[in-house]
Design a protein around this ligand. Structure first.
Ligand SMILES: Nc1ncnc2c1ncn2[C@@H]1O[C@H](COP(=O)(O)OP(=O)(O)O)[C@@H](O)[C@H]1O
Ligand SMILES: [Mg+2]
Length: 254
């Protein structure tokens, strides 16, 4: 489904800034319906990798394919959820969710119907006419999720989507995303610098080294689906986190 082989990328300098090598031959395969968590230290190149997959920027060498076809731009088979929500401040919840559909020329009545269904799905009933600034961070990110789901992508790309939320809200949204994955069987690629989040959500955890990133290790978590509520006390979960912590610490202290 997603196949990245030897992907390299250097952000060009602009004369004052020197070039920044970010991806140093990244290899990554994601199977249909899989939930893969890519874990790496801040600044290692995670957002760059997702933006390449989303078709928002290019790469220098290697292969980046979705369904066997090289990525050549954005497509409705993939939707990206941003860390900072990136909502339109002047648009209501409904219009934010329907934005991608509007771009595709879907008629208003159908857009509204889709938005209403998603408002229900992400638990924002009663907030259809609210504006982003009237919502909490957690609610804004629910809008971000709903907006991504509106175009019915097969692949959800999540860029540290819960990073700026308080821990309680974050945990709630993580559970929602797990449920969503379970119910819709979408393919999910989530990047995070949180060991706990990667272990909690992923079928597989792909560990990236510091910039320029490459894959250091790939671990099948082997944890049950659906994840039980008390996964935090599961011995395998605790051991996995310990392992990931130690690897990250060793990688970033050199
Ligand atoms: N457009 C850009 N031009 C130059 N440097 C960039 C650009 N985007 C990101 N970088 C740099 O590339 C590195 C990796 O960035 P990023 O992919 O955002 O990492 P992460 O998401 O893992 O924190 C950082 O050092 C960042 O400053
Ligand atoms: Mg990032």
């Amino acid at each position: 489904m997603i196949s990245i082989v030897g992907c390299r990328k250097t952000h060009r300098g602009d004369g004052r800034q020197p070039p920044v090598p970010v991806l140093d031959g990244v290899d990554l395969e994601v199977r249909p319906h899989e939930f893969v968590a890519v874990l790496g230290p801040s600044g290692c190149g995670k957002t760059t990798l997702l933006r390449i997959l989303a078709g928002l920027e290019g790469w220098d060498s290697g292969e980046v394919r979705v369904h066997g076809r090289p990525v050549s731009g954005p497509g409705t088979d993939r939707a990206l959820v941003f860390q900072d929500f990136a909502l339109l401040p002047w648009a209501t919840v409904t219009d934010n969710i329907a934005f991608g559909l509007e771009l595709r020329g879907v008629a208003r009545a159908e857009r509204t119907a889709v938005a209403n269904r998603l408002i229900d799905r992400v638990g924002l009933n009663g907030f259809a006419r609210h504006y982003p600034h009237q919502l909490s961070g957690g609610m804004q990110q629910r809008v971000g999720l709903a907006r991504a789901l509106a175009v019915e992508p097969e692949i959800l790309l999540l860029d540290e989507p819960f990073g700026s939320l308080d821990s309680l809200t974050r945990r709630g949204l993580q559970e929602d995303v797990l449920r969503l994955h379970h119910e819709t069987r979408k393919t999910v690629l989530l990047v995070t610098h949180s060991v706990d989040e990667a272990a909690r959500l992923g079928d597989r955890v792909v560990l990236l080294g510091p910039r320029p990133a490459r894959v250091i290790e790939t671990i099948e978590t082997g944890l049950p689906r659906p994840r039980p509520d008390d996964i935090g006390s599961d011995r395998r979960f605790v051991a996995l986190k310990e392992h990931l912590w130690n690897r990250l610490k060793a990688l970033t202290s050199r």
